[in-house]
Design a binder for this molecule. Structure first.
Ligand code: EPZ
Length: 415
């Protein structure tokens, strides 16, 4: 099994081109099920999770064609079952449920289990689809859903914000009969990107970027070409790499507007961010100060940046508190960071971080995608060698991570 070895202590200097967003690409690929015509997604990153989604869609009957950074999807649905073997690899497989139901009137999708960061139920996806007329039962670990009379528009109020459920309902509502109103919907940039693609395919959606999405269903959607937005979490991660090493990195294609809360926290910690037309530069000449952060749905501080920010706070002056409100078990990186010399205590949903002067390299183990990359950041700043095992987690969501960091001077290699 691959590991990554990092010899830390080098301030990173250079440019990193930000790839297309994983969490936008996955629902966008599921849109391929909404039309027989060709849907082409450009700016797609080469990531394991996108390959898994391609595999899932192919077994539903779609022809999936990768040409460089473009994924082209087309063809008819020949199978409405999403099997356990694929869903267990990637929870985002649940995103085919809404499109399959809307398009084929039925779907059998394996229930995703829990995962390293929490129990992650899918009840809101199911309740929302039921409100639109779907009949759903659970059998043998599968969601069996039918819409005998087609899906019809409904008003659905999310009791709390869910990115995936908003995406599933948005896709389903685009082909439902009549008007759907989604209240307390997620406002993440990936949702807006999805809505833009659906509109390009002929959907009627209003309220983009707000917590109320109004969808007037259409009879059919057509093909389109859509460019996937740049990955805000990859951007934030490399911003932390510049900050933790006291370096200077220009992040090409990065969109500051999608990272408001993270950039505000970085600036408060003493990091300098200069916005330019094609991206932004992140530098740190002086020390870092401890800053508190609490994860929240967008536009709040993203849970997907919590582990990386904690690695940074581990070497800041003074104490900070990081509170996780989205997932109940997203502190798996803490014991690993502590093995590298960090001083972090977890109390319920909060971690108290007492900054140390320096971290020291150690063998550590990755537990999920963002936890893994927080260990990469810690390794970049640490004295000596860090070896991170189970790097398949990283490959799910970071394209060419060693190459991008090595190009900025990092001593990093896959072994
Ligand atoms: C998306 O997951 C992302 N994944 C996650 O990114 C991200 O951490 C998360 O949103 C929050 O921003 C993709 O976009 C593919 P949710 P999702 O539904 O949609 C609870 C990464 O590292 N909930 O917004 O699954 C849930 O358990 C990943 O790239 C229910 O209770 O997240 C969680 O506590 C990890 N019932 C909260 O809501 C439901 O039906 C928010 O989850 C749905 C969710």
């Amino acid at each position: 099994m691959d590991s990554i070895r990092i010899t830390g202590g080098v301030p990173l200097h250079g440019r990193i081109a930000i790839s297309g967003a994983k969490n936008a690409a996955l629902p966008l690929m599921a849109c391929g099920l909404l039309t027989d015509e060709r849907l082409t997604l450009t700016n797609a990153a080469r990531l394991a999770d996108l390959a898994t989604m391609a595999e899932l869609l192919a077994q539903h009957g779609l022809a999936v064609d990768w040409q460089g950074r473009a994924i082209s999807l087309g063809g008819q649905i020949t199978n409405t079952e999403a099997p356990y073997d694929i869903v267990r690899k990637m929870r985002a497989s649940i995103l085919v449920l809404g499109p399959l139901l809307a398009r084929a009137g039925q779907a059998r999708v394996s229930l995703p289990g829990g995962c390293a960061i929490g129990t992650r139920p899918v009840d809101l996806h199911l309740k929302g689809l039921e409100a639109m007329g779907a009949v759903i039962r659970l059998d043998g670990g599968y969601i069996e859903a039918t819409a005998p009379h087609g899906l019809r528009g409904a008003t659905f109020v999310f009791p709390f914000v869910s990115v995936g459920a908003t995406e599933n309902l948005l896709m389903a509502a685009s082909l439902a009969e009549g008007q759907t109103i989604l209240k307390n919907a997620a406002r993440e940039p990936e949702i807006t990107d999805l809505a833009c693609c659906l509109i390009a395919m002929g959907a009627n959606i209003e309220g983009l970027g707000t917590d109320t999405l109004v969808v007037d269903g259409v009879k059919r959607l057509h093909g389109a070409t859509h460019a996937i937005l740049p990955d805000r979490i990859e951007t934030g991660t490399y911003a932390c790499a510049a900050a933790i090493t006291g370096g200077d990195i220009f992040l090409e294609n990065a969109r500051a507007a999608d990272l408001g809360a993270v950039l505000a926290s970085l600036r408060e910690a003493g990091v300098v961010i200069s916005e330019e037309e094609t991206g932004f530069r992140v530098t740190r000449a002086n020390g870092l100060h401890g800053v508190d952060a609490m994860t929240e749905p967008f536009p709040g501080f993203p849970t997907d940046m919590q582990a990386q920010f904690m690695a940074l706070m581990a070497v800041a002056d003074g104490a900070s508190m990081v509170t996780e409100t989205i997932f109940e078990n997203r502190f798996m990186h803490v014991p690993e960071l502590n093995r590298m010399g960090a001083r972090i205590n977890v109390h319920g949903a909060s971690a108290i971080i007492r900054g140390v002067k320096s971290l020291s390299g150690a063998p550590v183990m990755a537990t999920d995608l963002r936890a893994s990359v927080s260990l990469v950041l810690a390794g970049l700043a640490a004295k000596g060698d860090t070896v991170i095992s189970r790097v398949y987690h990283l490959d799910r969501g970071y394209e060419a991570v060693e190459q991008k960091l090595a190009a900025c001077g990092a001593r990093i290699e896959r072994v």
